[in-house]
Design a protein around this ligand. Structure first.
Ligand code: 48F
Length: 267
């Protein structure tokens, strides 16, 4: 067994995957529940999909369940998504189901990857690429990425880029991609004020109810999903009920699919 052959196998296959992911249909920032769900429903349709995840592991806030009790609650509406992912869920009461957080994250990740999505961990999205459409409209055309270790170590290292027909911000409470757009392009988001409205305090029912409406194209070429959608549109957080995250991820995939059929011609 030659260690150098092992190293070569890892490096060659990794870089083949990375190069293959430089020009995609949909690039997703964040491998939490909403990003993983979106990736699965896109890849299942044969859409070339990649996720860049800042952390070492996937799952975002899901493995922690509620205050580290690693179970999650899912409401009736989202049960069919759990079934699609073959996650076991027990009925609790009043249309609520309980599932294991780790089983759910594992299933989301496995199904997304088996459907064909590529996931790169330890890579952060630090900016977006902008072009003008033929209608002089600013449009996001890609992501600017770097090793997470670079920003954690505060190193000055220039990033690389990924071109994508559609971008999905699935970065959770911080809504990092939308925040970058707001910071660099001004208050041009499709929110009532044009800026990020900010997440409101815990109100599970309202947060879950508003999440699907908040899941939308928030800037040309950029769809926002999951907790990022509620943060951007000023809706409440909802705690360890996760049905909305799954439904929002699926909705983001549907919007992306609609958009991919009408891609604007760039100048
Ligand atoms: O936070 P996260 O799980 O977002 P989500 O899919 O789900 C929210 C729930 O976990 C929970 C909740 C349920 O009611 O409120 O909080 O909306 O996953 C977001 C992922 O994005 C990654 C981050 O590490 C996490 O795994 N992420 C954040 N910023 C970046 C990023 C970035 N700049 N580049 C790449 N990944």
């Amino acid at each position: 067994m030659d260690e150098v052959i092992i190293s070569r196998a890892i490096i060659e296959s990794y870089f083949k995957n990375l190069i293959d992911s430089l020009d995609v249909d949909v690039a997703i920032a964040g491998a939490g529940p909403s990003g993983l769900t979106a990736a699965y429903y896109l890849a299942r349709e044969g859409i070339k999909t990649v996720i860049f995840e800042k952390q070492l592991r996937v799952g975002g806030g899901m493995p922690g369940g509620g205050m580290m009790f690693n179970n999650i609650v899912i409401q009736e509406d989202a049960k069919e998504i759990l079934d699609e992912f073959k996650v076991r869920a027990k009925k609790y009461k009043d249309g609520l189901y309980i599932a294991n957080a780790l089983e759910t994250v594992s299933a989301l990740c496995l199904k997304a990857m088996k459907a064909g999505a590529n996931i790169f961990n330890l890579i952060s999205v630090e900016d977006v690429m902008i072009r003008e459409s033929a209608q002089d409209e600013e449009i996001i055309t890609g992501l600017v990425i770097n090793w997470s270790a670079v920003s954690w170590s505060k190193l000055h290292v220039d990033p690389l880029t990924v071109r994508s027909k559609v971008i999905i911000d699935a970065t959770g409470h911080d809504g990092e991609v939308c925040r970058i757009v707001e910071k660099k392009l001004g208050p041009k988001l499709r929110t009532p004020r044009g800026d990020i409205m900010g997440e409101k305090s815990m109100w599970s029912e309202k947060g879950e109810r508003e999440l699907l409406d908040n899941t939308k194209e928030v800037f040309p070429g950029l769809i926002v999903t999951g907790m990022a959608a509620n943060a951007v549109f000023g809706s409440p957080r909802m705690g360890a009920i996760f049905g909305g995250m799954l439904l929002s991820g699926k909705r983001a995939a549907e919007i992306a699919i609609e958009k991919l059929n009408v891609v604007k011609v760039l100048k």
